[in-house]
Design a binder for this molecule. Structure first.
Ligand SMILES: [Zn+2]
Length: 130
């Protein structure tokens, strides 16, 4: 399943980011992830609901359990092979807005990229013992 591999990649990136944060900030460790913000490529052809469902499943038992997944679709930079017009697609309609040609070039637009994490950290909670 395509969504599953995307979500696994995203989740491992998020968990690795938390580990790095905790290694750098041993006095203010992140306890769990509250929100995962990410960008979804315009042509990644996955349903946000499916991604969210997958994420909830994979996050179980990790610090990301219960985290909210915020998805933003990123526009795709394109140029037209016929008239040379450079434009950004925000919908999956692969036609040059200037000349109507469907011979357009683009790169990327796949995948799911981690943008930001919101974490709950120990902070001032000094009652905790290890
Ligand atoms: Zn064109």
């Amino acid at each position: 399943m395509h969504e599953a591999s995307l979500v696994q990649g995203l989740l491992s990136a998020a968990l690795a980011a938390v580990e790095r944060h905790n290694a750098d900030n041993p006095e203010n460790r992140a306890l769990r992830i509250q929100e995962v913000e990410c960008e979804l490529g315009l042509i990644s052809s996955v349903e946000p609901q499916t991604l969210t469902g997958c994420f909830e499943l994979f996050a179980e038992g990790t610090p990301a359990e219960g985290a909210a997944l915020t998805l933003r679709t990123v526009p795709l930079d394109c140029d037209c092979a016929v008239c040379g017009h450079v434009f950004r697609l925000t919908r999956r309609r692969f036609v040059c807005p200037q000349c109507g040609s469907d011979e357009i070039h683009f790169s990327g637009g796949h995948g799911l990229m981690l943008v930001a994490l919101r974490v709950e950290s120990e902070g001032k909670d000094h009652a905790r013992t290890h």
